[in-house]
Design a protein around this ligand. Structure first.
Ligand code: NAD
Length: 492
């Protein structure tokens, strides 16, 4: 099956005529489709279409823009099961999780479509007589969006929907590993009535992404992906002073104190560490456990990790799917080797799965490292696979110090029954997201999402914070006194 770019309201092949293949990571014999291998010229056409559509779209009343988005949300809901199945085929995570991914896109679209009737600004008294003061949000222009493969519908929705409700136009470049879910999402927007040129999509690799980050007519770049590529995006966008929104890597920690409900913590660590095969930016790849309960925790955690069923995510018995690609699997395997060489103990797992059920995919055993110290690379670097490092601590203070001792700052969590200690951790962990008695994953769309330090550059996705990425404030003063009034000078 052949899939095209979406430019100016038309589904078109790349000008190059080239395509690339997308295959199922659970069984690479299954071809998902051929997609346009776009060029810089394709990206430029998409930007021109978005630029052309901007002048009329920005003037469509926001409640009317929102009506289209409400229709889109309903269409996604109607097709949720089919979209989830295709997503499992193209990126591997289990069906329950791909249903969750699609649900997140539905939730985000409904939530932010609701903003079409709000988009609140402020009114304020003026310090001068007979003068009115207010601030309004205004759209910015063409927004380029570059997205990763691990949330192939949710993440495009987090970016596209707030951009549209604010009155911007869009060019999306989805990950080359998950273009089908992006095609589904864009088709829904088309069917819901988004006018031609308002949303465009070009599929392809880094060259297309780079073209979007450097083009003078792109005003906003919203990027989710690795910290290494985010840095390049930021550098490439800097000469034009584009507004750049970056959501990048994580090395998230669950802290388990000696008074924790151990059963709850075990469930949370399994879900946080091995859900989505550890391929979540918020994955709990570190577990910091109080020494008093460390051995008991490890014994049970290892037994449960060993029992996880790994395989094709379409099989309802399977709990952990494949890595996304051979390259990603090789990265996981190389980190397992690094951990061994650093002196950590492989308490379970540690190998690629190659039996008959796994021979044609990118499968790895759920792996737990114990005896990990905070200075080891497996405790500091993002692995993005089914590998959890357990680090021992002696106190809450030490847990927080270890938790914060990484370059990233996305999510963290604590298991404790002590409200005082929970509040100290909430305050002192320098992350964008924090959970109490829950794992590091599980964000809801109406709260801000994002991280500190090398995870983000100060913006937030989701919640009302998303509107700040895709709109600019304009302050407006209306003087109805009929005379010149000078602020700060005319004091009477
Ligand atoms: P990646 O950085 O390899 O790719 C992300 C996107 O950038 C892809 O569409 C890719 O084609 C594009 N790209 C690559 N080179 C580019 C360049 N030079 N210029 C412009 N675009 C370019 O990341 P990935 O492997 O797709 O995703 C995994 C990473 O994403 C992990 O680090 C994960 O933590 C992160 N992530 C972060 C969040 C978050 O919200 N913080 C959410 C999901 C994933």
């Amino acid at each position: 099956m052949q899939f095209f770019n979406f430019v100016g309201g038309r589904w078109t092949p790349s000008a190059s005529g080239r395509t690339f293949e997308n295959r199922n990571p659970a069984d690479t014999r299954e071809l998902i489709g051929h997609f346009a291998d776009s060029t810089v010229a394709d990206a430029e056409q998409a930007i021109a279409a978005a630029r052309g559509a901007y002048d009329s779209w920005r003037l469509v009343p926001a409640p009317k823009r929102a009506e289209i988005l409400f229709r889109a949300a309903q269409l996604i809901a109607d097709r949720k099961e089919a979209f989830a199945r295709d997503m499992t085929r193209e990126m591997g995570k289990v069906l329950d999780e791909t249903r969750g991914d699609v649900q997140e896109a539905i939730d985000m679209t409904y939530f932010l479509a609701g903003e079409g009737r709000r988009l609140h600004g402020q009114t304020a008294p003026s310090e001068l007589r007979d003068k009115f003061a207010m601030s309004i949000r205004q759209p910015i222009g063409v927004c380029a969006m570059i997205t990763p493969w691990n949330f192939p519908m949710a993440i495009p929705s987090w970016k596209i929907i707030p951009a549209l409700v604010c009155g911007n136009t869009v060019v999306l470049k989805p990950s080359e590993l998950t273009p089908l879910s992006a095609v589904h999402f864009i088709k829904v927007l088309e069917e819901a009535g988004v006018p031609p040129g308002v949303v465009n999509m070009v599929t392809g690799g880094p060259a297309v992404g780079e073209a979007l980050t450097t083009h003078a007519d792109v005003s906003v770049v919203s990027f989710t992906g690795s910290t290494a590529v985010g840095r390049l995006v930021n550098q490439n966008a800097a000469p034009h002073f584009k507004k750049v929104h970056l959501e990048m890597g994580g090395k998230n920690a669950i802290m388990i104190l000696d008074d924790a409900n151990l059963e709850l913590a075990l469930e949370g660590c399994l879900w946080g560490g091995f859900g989505t095969t550890g391929q979540r930016c918020t994955a709990a790849s570190r577990v910091i456990v109080h020494e008093k309960i460390h051995d008991r925790f490890v014994e049970q955690f290892v037994a449960r990790a060993r029992a996880l069923r790994v395989g094709d995510g379409l099989d309802p018995q399977v709990q952990v799917g494949p890595s996304i690609s051979e390259k990603q699997l090789q990265k996981v395997m190389s980190y397992v080797e690094i951990g061994r060489q650093e002196g950590a103990t492989v308490a379970c797992g540690g190998s690629r799965l190659t039996g008959p059920a796994h021979a044609n995919g990118f499968f790895h055993e759920p792996t737990v490292f114990t005896g990990v110290t905070r200075s080891m690379r497996i405790a500091r670097e993002e692995i993005f696979g089914p590998v959890v490092s357990v680090v021992k601590c002696a106190s809450l203070d030490e847990a927080i110090a270890i938790g914060n001792d990484v370059v990233y700052g996305l999510s963290a969590s604590i298991y404790t029954q002590d409200v005082n200690r929970a509040f100290r951790a909430m305050r002192d962990m320098y992350t964008g997201i924090f959970y109490v008695n829950a794992p590091t994953i599980g964000a809801e769309v109406h709260l801000p999402f994002g991280g500190t330090k090398a995870t983000g550059n100060g913006h937030r996705e989701a919640g009302l914070a998303a509107l700040d990425v895709f709109s600019e404030w304009k302050s407006i003063y209306v003087d109805f006194s009929g005379k010149l009034q000078r602020a700060q000078i005319d004091t009477e």
